[in-house]
Design a protein around this ligand. Structure first.
Ligand SMILES: Nc1nc2c(ncn2[C@@H]2O[C@H](COP(=O)(O)OP(=O)(O)O)[C@@H](O)[C@H]2O)c(=O)[nH]1
Ligand SMILES: [Mg+2]
Length: 403
């Protein structure tokens, strides 16, 4: 599996921890999954995607994921980051620590209060939809200025090489290597910004421009417009859209209420559903019933869902451009060695070929790769075959040849 770390960022009190709790309260948890909470602020959430079992006409028994009512729930890692305040790039409010933590993530969910009722520091304020736009820009700006600082210091310390595009890329890759920013991303950014080959000619603007471009390439961000159950949220969402952003409206609190109720067996609800069913109405306390009805009226009926599942799916499937692939040992029975049907689903980056995929399962499978079998079409696939979403493949390697 190719794992990506997704970070929850934003100013204080926007609902990062609530969202994190909701996402990591795994009502579909895999019985013997090795971890749920990795460290105090790192945990496991689940993507929800239609499983291939139905279209293949089989009943599956997954191992690395869960299948519920024809939907696969696929584990992914999340990190709840400390709140960021203005001036963070200069070290304010644990700013540097925060910004380096942000850098460990491969993608960010930027949580904002869609109702706009928090000031820049996260204190309650009169609702103002402009606050949402300010929040988005300020986080980007803090990160860019911090990254520009790192670039500036790194470039000043760089050994003198003959000025060339190549040496610019070398130095930047080196400087940024600790921030989960790869050489490929650096090359793309340098190509776009086209800075002078000589570092001495770089202005502060060049550094900021490079930082901004690198951020957009290496740390893609999705905006979670939280607290849609609150007054003024609709206006906030509209303003963000008018300004050209693509926020996902969510209510972290509503999702948390639903998952807790589902975990307690009070309701039937799966993340991403557009409604829930009260299981035994007589066991509900009045307060609980009221809270649930409020979620139904203010969130589910009005917005279609709490948005929380869509948000996580969006990050992986659209922003990080991951697809799902099901490896099987037996292409006819669609099983692993033990007879589990469609045991695993892998998240892989779009564009990966089947030989690279074999390497994800086991290095031997890649090194001894002969060909793969497309289990749907029952045809051979060569090593260059580029995987498609929901492919079901069996890898054939030397020493593991099928009779
Ligand atoms: N109305 C409403 N309040 C929320 C929602 N999500 C979080 N909150 C509240 O916002 C406050 C701050 O939440 P918290 O998760 O601690 O924010 P953090 O500082 O960003 O981690 C708490 O009082 C939450 O109950 C939501 O979806 N709707
Ligand atoms: Mg928090």
């Amino acid at each position: 599996m190719v794992t990506r770390l997704v970070g929850l960022s934003g100013k204080p009190n926007v609902g990062k921890s609530t969202l994190y709790s909701a996402l990591t309260l795994n009502i579909v948890k895999i019985a013997d999954y090795p971890f749920t909470t990795l460290t105090p602020n790192k945990g496991v959430g689940y993507l929800r995607k239609k499983c291939v079992c139905k279209s293949l006409g089989v009943v599956d028994n997954p191992v690395n994921s869960r299948c519920v009512n024809g939907f696969r729930f696929i584990p992914v890692e999340l990190v709840d980051l400390p709140g960021i305040v203005p001036g963070a790039h200069e070290g304010r409010g644990l700013g540097n620590q925060f910004l380096s933590e942000i850098s460990m993530a491969d993608a960010l969910i930027h949580v904002v209060d869609a109702s706009g009722s928090l000031d820049a520091e996260g204190r309650p304020a009169d609702p103002d939809p402009e606050n949402t736009l300010r929040d988005i820009r300020f986080l980007e700006d803090e990160y860019d200025r911090w990254l520009a600082g790192i670039i500036e210091r790194g470039v000043q310390k760089a050994p003198r090489a003959r000025p060339s595009r190549r040496s610019v890329e070398d130095v930047l890759s080196q400087v940024l290597s600790g921030l989960a920013i790869g050489r490929g991303d650096v090359e793309k950014a340098v190509e776009r910004v086209n800075p002078p080959d000589e570092f001495s000619k770089w202005s502060r603007e060049t550094m900021i421009e490079l930082a901004r471009t690198i951020r957009m390439i290496a740390k893609p961000m999705v905006i979670a417009a939280n607290k849609i159950d609150k007054k003024g949220a609709e206006e906030g969402v509209r303003r963000m859209r008018e300004a050209g952003y693509d926020p996902i409206p969510i209510s972290a609190e509503a999702e948390l209420v639903l998952r807790r109720a589902a975990e307690a067996g009070l309701v039937e609800y799966f993340p991403g559903d557009n409604d829930f069913k009260i299981v035994r109405p007589e066991t509900l306390r009045e307060k609980q019933r009221e809270a649930l009805e409020m979620v139904r009226e203010k969130v589910l009926k009005h917005w279609g869902s709490t948005g929380v599942q869509e948000l996580l799916n969006m990050v992986y499937f659209r922003v990080l451009k991951m697809i799902t692939v099901y490896p099987v040992e037996d292409p006819n029975k669609l099983t692993d060695k033990k007879g589990n049907v469609l045991p695993d689903v892998y998240l892989v980056p779009m564009g990966m070929n089947v030989k690279e995929f074999a390497g994800l399962i086991h290095s031997d499978l890649m090194n001894n790769f002969l060909y793969a079998i497309d289990a749907r079409r029952k045809i051979r696939l060569g090593e260059d075959y580029v995987l498609k979403d929901d492919d079901v493949v069996s890898i054939v390697a030397v020493g593991r040849q099928k009779s």
